[in-house]
Design a protein around this ligand. Sequence first.
Ligand code: SF4
Length: 120
Amino acid sequence: MIKNLICVACPLGCPIEVEVDGTQVVSVKGNTCKRGDEYARTEITNPVRSLTTSVKLEGGMHPVVPVKSSGAIPKDKMFQCMEAINSVTIKAPVKIGDVVVENILGLGVDIVATNCDSGK
Ligand code: SF4
């Protein structure tokens, strides 16, 4: 089976054609650098994404604070991560880089604040 992807490893966005046999990558074509090959193989075998969302904030200027994952998260764990994040409420003050959820789902990735809120 042939799968067509657009490489998102850099802004050039090369179209990549991946030949797949079951879960095995047979060949990668169209990439113009090694990063494209790596991206395509990961996207087929273990797709990952960065996660950006917000967490409920108590006593802040705003009711939520934006957060992101400190690294890539397997795509099939996104829903569980969102459930875990949605169950969290933190208290102001919060600073950029504060760890809001440590080692989410044991994936080795933290959820960190991307904005600050000094509170009311
Ligand atoms: S294959 Fe290389 S040059 Fe093309 S989009 Fe991916 S990273 Fe950029």
